[in-house]
Design a protein around this ligand. Sequence first.
Ligand code: SIN
Length: 362
Amino acid sequence: MFALRSRTLATTMFAFIFSAGLLAAQPSHADDKLPNVMILATGGTIAGTGATSTTTVGYTAAKVGVDRLIEAVPELKKVANVKGEQVFQIASENMTNDHWLKLAKRVNQLLAQPDVDGIVITHGTDTIEETAYFLDLTVHSDKPVVIVGAMRPSTAISADGPINLYNAVTLAGSKDAIGKGVLVSFNDQINAGREVTKTNTSTADTFKTPELGFLGYMQDNAAHFYRLPLRKHTTQSEFDVSSLDSLPQVDIVYGYANNNRIALDAFVAAGAKGIIHAGVGDGSISDAMKPGLIEARQKGVVVVRSSRVGQGIVARNGEANDDQLDFVVSDTLNAQKARILLMLALTKTNDTKAIQQMFYTY
Ligand code: SIN
């Protein structure tokens, strides 16, 4: 019986508090029958500590190292040969394009090794959906890549980190996860990197794929899939960041009542190569914003119309004449994910027709 749920609270707290402070990393003893899973740790609440066991807000993210995270879940050894690597130790609001480039390169490098069967990335929940989509487009391997985090710090009563990590390692070692793109495993559910989004500031069931639905469950020490992501990803992706040191500047402007173009103009003046407009409704643009976007496009900035609604397709030539304005629509991508695809698209082309096709492909 591997499930952490069966543990007493006292044992769980002992494992976390002592592993967080006192124990050294143990070398894993490889078992030929088990998959080899690398855990790349980047920080976040899963590695967070609070002042007391009831501290679930106002704690400090990114404190506990990867070895201690692994030691706190001894059940991992029963499902995989795990090794840890601390790639960053940050709260995920501080994730940058540079972090993503380093992470994608490291993941590609590790997955090219025959002795690595899958990768788990521990990550702050706030930007998991962005990192997941970035890697979905830039990792060129069929092997499972699973991103995981926690909503409660490691020191909290009923911390969700241990069971989430256990499920993520099980999933990363599962043959059923091969070829399904970068996955987010959280709260016993499996979501696709392209679709998943954080929907609640604090609850443990925060990660959802609104309307389209998650791909499957983690239950009874196994992955159970019911759907597949259909958009191109990983091995089918045309985006290659292996020789890139930076990505083009793409920023997001937001639609709201009493809208203005001040932020837009500042982004363009600062050298933005692309702008994502998170419009109201079906990507509508206010009269106050529209001339700014038209001027930006005339200067060569690629403009993508997304929506702040969070669900549904932004219709091309619907709320704006995209053909005439030479704008692109984001399809179903929210603004933060559209930003990622546009950055990668701009590493290949400035042609808006080609970029529009990418938004219908990935
Ligand atoms: C973060 O995103 O790093 C902090 C919040 C979290 O992990 O839940």
